[in-house]
Write a new protein. Structure first.
Length: 220
């Protein structure tokens, strides 16, 4: 295989979650804390703002929430996702199983909590990753920080060229770039032209389907 380590984002890369879980939760929370503001956000605009400048900027700057309010939002979201389990994309199980069977290391770098990532993998019958770097990390170690990749390099004696990061959003690209790892944009979750254009301009590898990821990983 070309890569020794596959680092997967979680939401909208392995599981279909923003449209079915995170966006509805976001609207519910706004109705409680910023009545009327929920009408300002379509699914497309919510995805775009998560893409750039990111979810923290959306809550703390655009919506003007305090750190305390942002902490309460995270607790609200955490309770919401307890009873909402996203489905994995067809073909992801086969990719993860094959990559691991060939001796590859699978890791997750995500803005979701580790316990929910593990639950989603179990509920969807996916082999658990060797390492998970989630929202549980301190802010300065979460994506787009390269911490996860540098930690993997140290633990498994890897070089940047040994790692492929697959993510649908800019923080994943920024993380990969900072660590010298390869990057592939996951473009199968939604169709937002400005996100696709930006990602295509940033990376030479833009994947429109899970099948294209399979082809990229396995030289057959």
């Amino acid at each position: 295989m070309k890569y020794k380590c596959l680092v997967l984002d979680h939401d909208d890369t392995v599981v279909n979650s923003t449209a079915t879980i995170h966006y509805p939760c976001f609207l519910e929370y706004l109705k409680l804390t910023r009545p009327g503001a929920e009408g300002n956000y379509t699914l497309e605009s919510y995805l775009s703002k998560n893409f750039d400048p990111g979810v923290e900027h959306l809550f703390l700057t655009e919506l003007g929430m305090s750190e305390e309010e942002f902490s309460l939002e995270q607790k609200y979201w955490s309770e919401y996702v307890k009873s909402h389990i996203p489905e994995s994309y067809a073909g992801m199980k086969e990719i993860i199983e094959k990559f691991k069977s060939k001796g590859g290391i699978v890791a997750v770098a995500s803005h979701s909590y580790v316990k929910y990532i593990e639950r989603d993998y179990r509920e969807n019958g996916l082999p658990l990753p060797e390492e998970i770097y989630g929202w549980d990390l301190p802010r300065d170690k979460r994506k787009p920080s390269p911490f996860a990749l540098l930690d993997l390099m140290e633990k498994y004696s890897l070089l940047g060229k040994d790692i492929l990061v697959v993510d649908d959003l800019k923080p994943g690209y920024d993380m990969a770039k900072a660590a010298g790892a390869d990057f592939a944009a996951a473009g199968w979750a939604y169709d937002v032209p400005e996100i696709e254009e930006s990602m295509r301009n940033s990376t030479a590898t833009y994947l429109k389907s899970v099948k294209e990821l399979y082809t990229l990983l396995f030289d057959e």
